[in-house]
Design a protein around this ligand. Structure first.
Ligand SMILES: Cc1cc2nc3c(=O)[nH]c(=O)nc-3n(C[C@H](O)[C@H](O)[C@H](O)COP(=O)(O)OP(=O)(O)OC[C@H]3O[C@@H](n4cnc5c(N)ncnc54)[C@H](O)[C@@H]3O)c2cc1C
Length: 551
């Protein structure tokens, strides 16, 4: 008689263990390098302060909560059991776990009130090390971080709201602002008829006799509708203006914000993104009437930084998963990581990821010095070009990392599908690709100090190849006379300028192997445009070793 075997008891091996139990700060050499480059003397203190975050982000518990928060999506509750309108959204406990930790680690408004030497660099590193565990909850954290500088248009509102937005306590629930130990902020700009061109906004703001306004209209996308306040654009008598709209009024009654429905999105599924109606909603003006775009642009700029950091985070996590898999999976008689074709893929992904991290942290450092004209100018041009380039590269990067896991990468348990679905988003919101490329063009045409700041930063590496790249860009700009021709090349300019900036950072701060690979492939063009086509003669083994999550 043949013996029956239990197929599930068979353990043929060759299935890599899950990537858990690592520290996403200490195990990320590219991140540590970028922190050391941008934090100066404070670097070791920054790294020390992020150790707990890194350990938590790499824990099995965080991984599980990240998955659960996306498997159990938010549910819209229009009315309570008595039929009274409540417009609430219900979340899985894992969503709250993520936010409790993220807010607790200071990822919302804390840097704006911090006396640390480089709080924005610290937060940027924290964002990269933390957010890819569950990218959806990055949205409310980012909007809260980004609301604080915009609020500075009004000293009274700044004083009232900044402590709550900078709090490290996550205090969920719709209650009057004064009763809450921590606040979250959102933004309402995009309407049905247009998001890029907000001048077409139709929401109307009517002044009341007490100086406040009443808002009527709609927003086609308003993410995180359970947040406490929203910065909203609406048409006031003197033009498009910015308003602070609380979700709950001081007497505890709900403000006139009606959720129509939640979006059924490609990714970012843990996070609720709503369509909203304003029904005679109470609002406070922020900044001058007619200065809506000028006022909210501060929030947009800070949000764009997080798009870069969030994309760098997705690259880092997908790269770590890919290398981990290749280090534990064999095929054709050897570990995948040792196969030359795979080593080329992994090294190419590592170089892209390190460049994204380096650029994100450099721009975070520019935020530290708002009164330094050179840093301000670099931030002005650097944000749209980094947002354009890094966010555009991310879906390709994550897709290639996913493929390193073979079929397992296409399966939810691996975590890669979650990262892949998220990967296009940072390029879409806060100014889609073209809008950011056109914004770079605007700086090139109207703010020469931005071009100078970019040139100085690239030339700081003192490399002839980069000097040649700068010359080519400047020549292209000088030859742009026809506006439509200029718009036509806007993407090329943004992409090229971003690559040269990244190259300069890697040459100055990263190991030679990484900088050489980046220069050869991205600057000198010895690359076929897909990952895994680095030219010969590079130390790809060293690059992969450096990027290994196990150190
Ligand atoms: C998940 C998610 C959450 C969001 N959350 C929020 C939120 O909380 N608050 C909020 O206000 N918005 C939010 N948005 C909206 C987002 O910011 C907009 O979708 C985005 O700004 C683009 O606007 P649009 O969709 O109206 O596209 P359009 O403005 O119609 O643009 C469509 C395309 O045309 C391109 N384009 C636009 N102008 C030009 C031009 N002059 N030349 C060439 N190309 C051009 C754009 O780059 C884009 O690719 C969210 C979007 C998503 C997907």
């Amino acid at each position: 008689m043949t013996e029956r075997t239990d197929p599930f008891a068979r353990t043929p091996g060759n299935q890599p263990p899950p990537l858990v139990g690592h520290n996403t700060v200490e195990g990320d050499q590219a991140l540590l390098t970028a922190v050391r480059a941008q934090a100066g003397d404070a670097a070791e203190a920054v790294v020390d302060s992020l150790r707990e975050l890194g350990e938590c982000a790499g824990s099995p518990e965080a991984r599980e909560h990240g998955m659960l928060a996306n498997r159990h999506e938010p549910v819209f509750q229009p009315v309570d059991r008595f039929g009274t309108r409540i417009d609430e959204v219900e979340f899985h406990p894992s969503w709250h776990w993520m936010l409790e930790h993220g807010v607790g680690f200071g990822l919302t408004g804390a840097p704006w009130t911090s006396s640390d030497p480089v709080p924005h660099v610290r937060r940027a590193a924290a964002y990269i090390a933390w957010s890819a565990v569950e990218p959806g909850h990055g949205c409310p954290m980012t909007m809260t971080y980004a609301a604080v500088p915009a609020l500075r248009a009004d000293p009274t509102l700044t004083e009232q709201l900044t402590p709550g937005l900078a709090s490290t306590t996550y205090d969920f629930g719709l209650r009057p602002l004064a009763e809450k130990r921590g606040l979250l902020a959102g933004m309402g700009m995009t309407e049905k008829q247009g998001g890029s061109d907000v001048r077409t906004n139709l929401t109307v703001a009517v002044p009341s006799s007490d100086g406040s306004y009443r808002l009527s209209g709609h927003k086609w996308f308003t993410s995180a509708p359970m947040n406490d306040i929203f910065l909203v654009l609406a048409q006031a008598p003197d033009g498009l203006s910015c308003f602070v709209v609380p979700r709950v009024l001081p007497d505890g009654t709900r403000n006139g914000l009606r959720i129509v429905r939640l979006k059924d999105k490609l990714g970012n599924r843990s996070n609720a993104s709503s369509e909203l109606e304003f029904v005679d909603a109470h609002a406070l003006r922020l900044g001058e009437e007619g200065a809506g775009v000028r006022t909210i642009i501060e929030m947009v700029a800070a949000t764009r930084l997080d798009c870069v950091l969030g994309s760098a985070a997705l690259m880092r996590r997908s790269l770590a998963e890919a290398i981990w898999h290749a280090q534990h999976r064999s095929a054709f008689g050897g570990l995948l990581v040792d196969k030359p074709a795979m080593r080329n893929v992994l090294a190419d992904l590592a170089v892209e990821s390190e460049a994204a991290t380096a650029l994100g942290l450099r721009l975070a450092r520019a935020v530290e010095s708002p009164d330094d004209p050179a840093q301000r100018a670099l931030r002005r041009i650097g944000l749209p070009l980094a947002k354009f380039w890094v966010c555009k590269r991310t879906p390709f990067h994550v897709a290639e990392a996913l493929e390193v896991l073979g079929g397992n990468g296409y399966v939810e348990d691996s975590g890669l599908p979650l990262l892949f679905r998220e990967s296009p988003l940072n390029s879409v919101w806060e100014g889609s690709g073209n809008v950011n490329a056109l914004d770079v063009l605007r700086v090139l045409q109207k703010q020469p100090e931005g071009v100078e700041a970019w040139r100085d930063e690239v030339e700081a590496a003192g490399l002839p190849e980069l000097h040649d790249g700068v010359t080519e860009v400047l020549k292209t700009i000088a030859n742009l006379v026809d506006p439509s021709e200029a718009e036509y090349v806007a993407r090329w300019l943004a992409a090229r300028m971003a690559v040269l900036l990244q190259a300069s950072l890697l040459v100055r701060h990263s190991p030679g192997a990484v900088a050489d690979a980046f220069l050869a492939s991205r600057v000198l063009g010895r690359h076929a445009g897909v990952f895994g086509t680095l030219p010969a003669g590079l130390d790809t083994a060293a690059i992969v070793r450096r990027a290994s999550p196990a150190g």
